[in-house]
Design a protein around this ligand. Structure first.
Ligand code: NZQ
Ligand code: ZN
Length: 388
């Protein structure tokens, strides 16, 4: 059953090996002052920076840069970008990179013209934007987060020990996204796997909610099956275009709000993962893979029919003659086997989480209630301890 919802995604997606050419057409839609944001240097090494600069030069743009956007972008870096954007009254922020760079661009887009404290207003209090928003466009170099086509922006405040994501609303969704899967060929193996698990878990966070017959669940199952299949190919052959292009497209659809339509959605794995991420600065997808199994094993009894369906539809478990609980358990075991096979992190200690950080990790994990079980702080502790 689908209740009432509004689906709005104004992002124009240019996909495929020749998609960078669309930049000329897109740049024509904006004024002359462009803020180019990118990360720690991968785009310089790959030659993408020079390519993008030549499109900008040909279009006659004045380019301001914020380089060195780190993984898990910080509030201090955000303030730096806001100043450059505001001082130069930029017309467009062009983000070239992975989720961190694109999230960062969206945060600058909302915070640059904010006269309040941006952390307090837009991350701690999660207010809706009420100031000028600068348009964002992106060129994606790493698949996983879905940031290229959504309104999410995750910022880390190390002083507060918090990593908070705000899903802002349609006006903050990038106006265009250029997704050339060949650009992802150079992503380090560890990051590629982190991205795969991030997207897999995005689908799970939406799938494991609700008890009705919702079309989003069928779409989610197809996306998960395809992601499992293509990730197995990509870990052995990272330049297999078919696998990498399927992965890129799945990652986009895993979190561009489409499969959330009509769903309550969960997001508790992300809350625990983000808390661990705030303390360890670990790769986001790996913070999720470290805690996902203990979490799902704990909540399985509260959503048994959906976990049984996950087992039979995604993992092909034969349910004949078995109880629902056995089938559901076999599904999670199959998921664990796939995670081991592709090589994602399965213990938070591998991310640098030590016993003395557990109290802070429990405290930093927000408790949500959209899934099958609203956790208690003790249960969050149990999951984190088990994941170590
Ligand atoms: O900084 P550079 O030098 O570019 O290197 C990056 C970085 O070290 C590298 N990389 C990216 N593309 C590359 C490449 N290296 C070689 N070749 C390429 N083509 O990969 C490293 C990781 O990049 P990063 O952007 O940090 O990874 P990811 O895409 O996983 O983004 C993570 C951030 O997104 C947030 C996470 O919390 C985290 O802060 N998320 C955003 C979401 C959203 N907007 O909806 C949802 C997610 O759940 C997530 O929370
Ligand atoms: Zn994620």
């Amino acid at each position: 059953m689908l209740g009432t919802f509004t689906y709005y995604n104004p992002c124009k997606m240019h996909f495929g090996p020749d998609s960078l050419d669309s930049l000329t057409e897109e740049l024509g839609c904006y004024g002359d002052a462009i803020l180019l944001t990118y990360g720690g240097g991968s785009i310089k090494k790959s030659g993408l920076y020079d390519q993008v600069k030549s499109y900008l030069d040909k279009a006659g743009k004045t380019v301001y840069e914020v380089a060195g956007v780190m993984s898990n972008p910080t509030i201090e870096k955000l303030i730096e970008g806001c100043k450059v954007a505001r001082d130069n009254n930029v017309d467009l922020i062009l983000a070239v990179g992975g989720g961190s760079v694109i999230d960062y661009a969206k945060a600058v887009s909302v915070c640059a013209w904010c006269d309040d404290d941006p952390w307090e207003k837009y991350f701690a209090r999660m207010e809706d934007p009420d100031n000028r928003i600068i348009p964002v466009g992106d060129i994606l170099t790493m698949s996983g987060t879905g940031s290229e086509m959504n309104a999410g922006s995750v910022i880390t405040n190390h002083k507060a020990g918090l990593k908070i994501g705000h899903v802002f609303g349609g006006d903050v969704i990038p106006k265009f996204a250029i997704v050339d899967p060949t650009l992802t060929f150079t992503v380090p193996d560890y990051q590629m796997k982190a991205g795969v698990f991030d997207a897999f878990n995005h689908i799970q966070e939406q799938y494991f909610s609700g008890t009705d017959d919702n079309v989003s669940d069928y779409v989610s199952e197809a996306l998960m099956k395809s992601l499992v299949r293509n990730s197995r190919i990509a870990v052995n052959n990272p330049t297999n275009y078919e696998a990498r292009s399927n992965i890129s497209w799945i990652c986009t659809w895993a979190l561009n709000t489409f499969i959330a339509c009509g769903k309550s959605t969960d997001w508790e794995v992300h809350m625990i993962g983000q808390s661990i991420g705030a303390l360890t600065n670990a790769a986001h997808g790996m913070t999720l893979s470290a805690v996902a199994l203990p979490y799902y094993r704990l909540i399985m009894p509260y959503g048994l029919p959906k976990f049984k369906r996950f087992a039979t539809e995604v993992w092909g478990i034969d349910a004949t003659g078995k109880t629902d609980a056995v089938v559901a358990k076999e599904g999670l075991d199959a998921m664990a086997q796939w995670m081991q096979e592709i090589g994602v992190v399965m213990h938070a200690s591998e991310l640098g989480l030590t016993s003395d950080m557990i109290d802070a990790a429990v405290k930093g994990a927000f408790i949500l209630d959209g899934g099958y079980k609203k956790l208690t702080p003790d249960e969050i502790r149990q999951i984190i301890v088990e994941s170590k």
